[in-house]
Design a protein around this ligand. Structure first.
Ligand code: PHE
Ligand code: ZN
Length: 847
């Protein structure tokens, strides 16, 4: 049930809970639609908290009985929880409730997925399991007993006893309720083990449904690599005898770091060469690392309240990005992260959903698991490390672990360890946490008497979240390249703190070319009209700015094509051809260099310049660019394709995936000339999903995908994860006129199980990302998405609300499209009983 006026919760209203929880015992008797949960919770008054009524969260629970110190009580129960009178001193609260896992379609709390019981408690799902102070600053030791007629019964911590139909678990580490987990089902374990640096043996298991055993080896290895890396790099050792991962098919997010019992969306853990692409493997390795790293950054040290979400998420994303950089290629990881940040975080930060990395208000916390909290949160930590240096960063982080182990901490606690370690005042730096918006940094060059002066100006557009943004601390990494291509000044980090600031480089023999924002040293938009990207593309020593030079040339060409109908820029095509054939560069980097900015990114650039993007013109410009590229490469495409065809057995490592990525780009150029002959050959002979799917994509583009699609469906109809790709690819590769129709047609397919978030996203997440198709002038893309969001909302508000962000850029477009989108936004908002999640998202988007 939803309150008439949704409540806003403010960071400034934080107060501690009036009691401490000394111990929790939970007893589950599992039954699909009538699970009984008995709880026994030992409370003691918290002297540090203000006086308050005793309130426990609880939603969608049927209260069977409640007792305090053994005496039956009759609490006041509302839709949000329970209140009762309690003694002044320590007491034991007991309750029995009944819940309905089979009827739980929101996938929050205890629910069922393919006959298996599983839980998702972050952020506020535990209150759907039993009455409890469901807030992260209440930490307790949990004992759990599970009774149920299923072979595998799991919870957090270490097993105490296991028998047929009954298991007992004890988790010695105090934890907030959001880290609770329970899994029960007919599962098989893929086992492993890890010896920690202090010599403790940890049993590892990856639990999957029978049939998925062959997709576990890679995830298990990634887990071991993560455990080792966290010891080597952060001196963090694992702290239980057992670490379990479970794969589930129905999951709203990627994965969840429950203590000792991580639960994963099966798409984020199951992998095999035949069914997974190189990108899948890389993502799985990163997510396994991410969830494992949470054991210290999130679990041992958790968040005081949900406003501090970035404390665990920003830091853990930063740590997993360091891990991937170490395991694979650091430049490739950095460039990929920037592509992702620009595609997902910049639109958020520059539109109506803009919020600070640490928000100060929310209605529904589920709506704040955003690219800003996660990815910009990680960028902020990267900047901090750049500013204080690697050594001070390492010291400060160790101080954080020592000081706050066992705490529910805040961003203030985090910054304080850096202030104490370095003696720096981080008051201004803190604005990165409290202020919304992407700073724009413009730079002007001045050359005189052997001195190059760079004048930087920063500004951030005001937003509803931050109406009056102040200057931020921006680390700007700069190097200088001489006209002959030699590097005359190696990377120096300029520390910008003012609105406008000058930095001089003197003693230069000739005017150099400035390479600015190396390694993407800050999450800003750089405006550098004096830049010489052609020179940097040829000579820059920094992999990021060299890649960025290619991007800048591509963007300039595309904007000229869109605005003035210009032809694709020859200088760009020459430069890119030179790079692609430069064997001194690794194939992965060459493949990245060849990528053009996406349609949505171009629309954003036009909008920033006060222009109205025309989705069809943007689409056409990119098509022209690719055609020109194919012509410029000619026979070299086939040569590079052959050169980068991997002949060894498939391995999902960085070297092979780089080669396949470059060969894939070449195949797309070849397809323009051969109508798909090479793609058909690749499709017929590929022994791995990367090449199969790459070829299938090209065949669809060439207009001859039907037979291959049918064969693919035939081969993979029983594999959900592969079928998600089959659904998604057809939408992704549809022509702009057809994308919405293809999506609609796919919803009639017998395997379109719309209640499964992965399948729903395969069709509608892909449609929303098909820029020209979603923004089709008829409005059919908008209407179709709205139809399905209205349908999904009552069942799964969380996934519905997340997908509403498809409409966040609506004000960029022409008045006709704005009207069409606004009509759909209003239509969804007018739906009776719309969830708090979706209401909040669309209200903010409508602005
Ligand atoms: N905490 C999870 C992660 O970052 C994400 C998540 C949030 C999963 C909410 C489920 C629900 O890894
Ligand atoms: Zn996380």
């Amino acid at each position: 049930m939803r309150d008439a006026a949704p409540q806003t919760i403010y960071l400034s209203d934080y107060t501690a809970f009036g009691w401490r929880v000394e111990q929790v015992s939970l007893h589950f008797t599992l039954a699909p639609s009538a699970t009984r949960v008995r709880s026994r919770i030992a409370f003691a008054p918290n002297a540090d908290a203000p006086a308050q009524p005793f309130f426990l969260h609880g939603e969608a629970l049927t209260l069977i009985s409640a007792r305090i110190d053994g005496q039956d009580i009759t609490p006041d129960v509302t839709a949000e929880g329970l209140t009762c009178t309690v003694p002044d001193s320590a007491f034991v609260f007991e309750a029995e409730v009944e819940i309905d896992p089979a009827g739980n379609t929101a996938l929050e709390g205890l629910y069922m997925s393919n006959g298996m019981y599983c839980t998702q408690c972050e952020a506020e799902g535990f209150r759907k399991i039993t009455y409890y102070p469901d807030r992260p600053d209440v930490m307790a030791v949990f004992d759990v007993t599970i009774e149920g007629d299923l072979p595998v019964l799991l919870s957090n911590g270490n097993p105490v006893s296991t028998a047929q139909g009954r298991a007992e678990w004890h988790d010695p580490w105090p934890k907030p309720a959001y880290l609770f987990a329970l899994v029960a089902g007919d599962l098989v374990a893929h086992p492993g083990s890890f010896t920690t640096r202090s010599g403790r043996e940890v049993a590892l298991n990856l639990y999957v449904r029978p049939g998925d055993e062959g997709k576990c080896a890679f995830g298990m290895q990634a887990l071991k690599d993560s455990m080792k890396w966290d010891e080597d790099v952060y001196a963090r050792e694992y702290d239980l005898d057992l670490f379990n991962i479970v794969a589930v098919d129905d999951f709203n997010m990627g994965a969840m770091e429950n203590k000792g019992l991580n639960i994963f969306n099966s798409s984020a853990v199951l992998a095999s060469p035949e069914t997974s692409t190189d990108m899948n493997f890389e993502r799985i390795e990163a997510i396994i690392a991410h969830e494992y790293f949470h054991n210290w950054t999130g679990n041992r040290i958790t968040c005081r309240d949900w406003f501090q979400l970035c404390l665990k998420e920003g830091l853990t994303v930063f740590r997993d990005s360091q891990f991937t950089a170490d395991m694979r290629s650091a430049p490739v990881k950095r460039i990929s992260d920037v592509i992702d940040l620009r595609a997902r975080q910049f639109p958020e930060d520059q539109g109506p959903l803009a919020h600070p990395v640490r928000p100060d208000r929310f209605q529904e916390i589920n709506n704040f698991y955003t690219a800003t909290v996660y990815e910009k949160g990680a960028e902020v930590i990267r900047m901090l490390k750049t500013l204080v240096g690697d050594e001070a960063y390492a010291q400060a982080v160790q101080l954080y672990f020592d000081r706050h182990d066992g705490d529910a901490a805040t961003i203030e606690d985090w910054l304080k360890v850096f202030e104490e370690t370095t003696g720096r005042d981080l008051a201004q730096f803190k604005r990165w946490y409290t202020q919304a918006g992407t700073p724009r940094v413009s730079v002007a060059e001045d050359w005189a008497d052997g001195t190059l002066t760079l004048t930087f100006t920063q500004s951030t557009a005001p937003s509803a979240a931050s109406p009056d943004p102040q200057p931020q601390v921006i680390p700007i990494a700069v190097g200088l390249i001489a006209p002959d291509g030699a590097e005359v000044a190696t990377t120096r980090v300029l520390e910008m703190t003012e609105a406008t600031q000058r930095f001089a480089f003197d003693g230069l023999a000739q005017r150099p070319v400035a390479s600015i924002l190396r390694d993407f040293s800050a999450p800003v938009v750089l405006d550098h009209p004096d830049a010489d990207p052609a020179h940097l593309l040829a000579h820059d020593t920094d992999p990021f700015t060299r890649w960025e030079a290619a991007r800048t040339l591509a963007r300039r060409s595309l904007l000229a094509q869109i605005r003035d109908g210009a032809a694709p820029d020859e200088a760009y095509l020459d430069g890119i051809h030179r790079v692609a054939t430069d064997r001194s560069l690794d194939p992965a980097t060459r493949a990245l260099m060849m990528g053009a900015p996406g349609q949505s990114e171009l629309a954003g650039v036009l909008a920033e310049h006060g222009e109205t993007p025309d989705p069809m013109a943007i689409h056409a410009a990119l098509e022209d660019m690719r055609a020109a590229m194919a012509a410029r490469f000619g026979g070299d495409a086939m040569m590079l394709y052959a050169e980068n065809t991997v002949t060894e057995a498939y391995a999902p490592d960085a070297a092979q995936s780089g080669q396949r990525a470059l060969a894939g780009v070449m195949l797309s150029l070849m397809t323009r000339g051969d109508n798909g002959t090479a793609a058909q050959a690749q499709f017929d002979h590929a022994d791995n999903m990367t090449q199969k799917l790459g070829a299938l994509a090209q065949l669809i583009t060439a207009g001859r995908g039907d037979a291959a699609l049918a064969a693919f469906e035939d081969r993979w109809r029983d594999d959900r994860l592969v079928m998600d790709k089959w659904f998604g690819l057809q939408v992704a590769r549809a022509q702009p006129d057809d994308a919405a129709d293809v999506a609609q047609r796919l919803t009639a397919h017998p395997d379109f199980n719309w209640q499964n978030p992965n399948r729903f996203r395969a069709v509608f997440g892909t449609l929303a990302m098909h820029h020209a198709g979603f923004h089709h002038a008829s409005g059919k893309g908008y209407a179709l998405l709205a139809d399905w969001l209205i349908k999904l909302d009552p069942l799964n508000p969380q996934t519905t609300a997340r997908m509403c962000s498809a409409f966040q850029t609506w004000k960029r477009y022409d008045t006709e499209r704005q009207k069409l989108m606004k009509t759909q936004i209003d239509r969804i908002l007018a739906t009776p009983g719309l969830s708090r999640d979706t209401t909040e998202m669309l209200t903010r988007i409508a602005g």
